[in-house]
Design a protein around this ligand. Structure first.
Ligand SMILES: Nc1ncnc2c1ncn2[C@@H]1O[C@H](COP(=O)(O)OP(=O)(O)OP(=O)(O)O)[C@@H](O)[C@H]1O
Ligand SMILES: [Mg+2]
Length: 75
């Protein structure tokens, strides 16, 4: 079972493409570091994964639940 799956996720703020095709997966029980310099889009990615922000496109699932189609179950 995958804890988190992200496929080709994008997020556009106005005319800025902040996230441009993020894909990764985290296995259940795995430690996963989301690291990068200031402005690398870490918080934006976490907000999308936790259903606080909608992606512009792409797919994110948390334990099989889609963050856009099934936000309540993700939470
Ligand atoms: N609501 C928003 N409106 C416009 N631009 C945004 C918004 N949220 C984030 N951004 C932009 O998206 C980019 C990524 O920001 P984010 O806060 O996700 O980076 P971060 O990796 O968490 O940075 P830090 O290490 O400083 O916490 C930045 O260019 C930021 O200005
Ligand atoms: Mg941040």
């Amino acid at each position: 079972m995958l804890a988190v799956e992200a496929y080709n996720v994008t997020k556009v703020f106005g005319n800025i493409r902040a996230l441009d095709g993020l894909s990764f997966s985290v296995k259940t029980g795995e430690f996963f570091g989301l690291i990068g310099p200031n402005g690398a889009v870490k918080t934006t990615a976490m907000r999308i994964i936790s259903t606080l922000l909608m992606p512009t496109s792409g797919t994110v699932r948390v334990f099989g639940c889609d963050v856009m189609q099934n936000a309540a179950d993700v939470r």
